[in-house]
Write a protein that binds this ligand. Structure first.
Ligand SMILES: C[S@@+](CC[C@H](N)C(=O)[O-])C[C@H]1O[C@@H](n2cnc3c(N)ncnc32)[C@H](O)[C@@H]1O
Length: 322
């Protein structure tokens, strides 16, 4: 059992204890091992993650932000600046190397930002990088968002940037956030909300296979010709936290009594199964490649307009019950 007490930026992490069963402790350790390695290899992320391609970023921004090209982080900063006040504390769970948290802290020097992550080695690197950066309103702490104990009334915003979909103990998470938030506080999410553990729906598989056959030339089908569900055991063996209860994020939030204050969808239900681990074959400077992507965007949009597919990615702001 591990216990650590931290105090940072006025938002206190009262305690962190790895207190689960043996199997949940084992799962947590596997996630730590996975992320300690993964964050050190950003090229793997570029290789696999379809959201890193500039065309996909443009598409998802235009979907989410009424046809504008504002980046997701810039949109977040604008919204956080509008909805918080000088002196407020923003807690970002699952911060990883904390690159985004550094941008937030720099853009809002009169807010305090606290980043929290369980990957200890990555946090050490992030803390070293932070030293001497001149950023004095960002603090990074080691913590587990499945056993989150933030000080009551200590922060205005709890933020998840691609992190809440790694939370297994969602009910406890919403309760911890409710207690930690000051009056008028909120949880912000920029998240994957699609099928748990990437177990694609029948519609995603059928539409994705048609798109692979009819839209995506062979030169881009470098990882898969067809869409299959990766067995759950394989998903768990890679990273037990990956999309562990992603499809339940918003339902558990509503069950916990939160109100959805703002929501915008960013699509992705066709694009992710088709493009994951193949996106590196699309050169952003090759307009034939970009044309294929644009055709996929149009197909996803068509399927979403018909109600065949929904959003697998979304941004939301939710407020706790009083
Ligand atoms: C997809 S990454 C997102 C990282 C960062 N927010 C970003 O946008 O680059 C998910 C992060 O959640 C962290 N994580 C996974 N399980 C966690 C846990 N139980 N408690 C805290 N952080 C955890 C991982 O270490 C990883 O840094």
């Amino acid at each position: 059992m591990l216990t650590e007490v931290n105090e940072a930026g006025g938002a206190m992490l009262r305690s962190w204890a790895m207190t689960g069963s043996d199997s949940s402790e084992q799962a947590t350790r596997s996630s730590i091992d996975f992320w300690n390695v993964r964050h050190r290899n950003p090229e793997e992320e570029d290789h696999d993650n379809f959201l890193n391609h500039p065309m996909v970023q443009a598409y998802s921004s235009m979907r989410a932000f009424a046809g504008t090209l504002i980046g997701h982080l810039d949109a977040l900063i604008a919204e956080l600046s509008r909805r918080t006040n000088p002196g407020d504390c923003i807690v970002s769970v699952g911060c990883g190397l904390a690159g985004k948290e550094r941008s937030l802290a720099k853009a809002m020097p009169d807010r305090r930002v606290l980043g929290l992550d369980i990957a200890d080695e990555i946090l050490t690197i992030a803390k070293l990088d932070l030293e001497g950066s001149g950023i004095d309103n960002l603090q990074l702490v080691h913590g587990d968002f499945n056993h989150l104990e933030l000080e009551e009334n200590s922060c205005k915003v709890v933020l998840g940037m691609g992190a809440i979909h790694h939370v297994e103990a969602l009910e406890g998470f919403w309760e911890s956030c409710r207690k930690a938030l000051t009056p008028g506080g909120m949880v912000f999410g920029q998240e994957y909300i699609g099928p748990n553990r990437f177990q694609w729906t029948e519609a995603q598989i059928e539409c994705g296979n048609r798109a692979l056959a009819e839209i995506v030339p062979k030169e881009h089908r470098v990882d898969h010709e067809r869409i299959d569900r990766v067995p759950i055991e394989t998903m768990i063996s890679l990273d037990p936290s990956e999309a562990v209860r992603s499809a339940e994020i918003l339902t558990t939030c509503k069950q916990a009594g939160y109100e959805i204050d703002a929501y915008t969808g960013a699509g992705g239900a066709l694009l992710q199964p088709v493009l994951m681990r193949q996106i590196h074959s699309f050169d952003p400077q090759n307009w034939q490649h970009n044309h294929v992507l644009a055709t996929l965007f149009a197909e996803e949009d068509r399927l979403m307009s018909m109600g065949t597919l929904g959003d697998d990615f979304a941004m939301f702001i939710v407020t706790p019950p009083s």
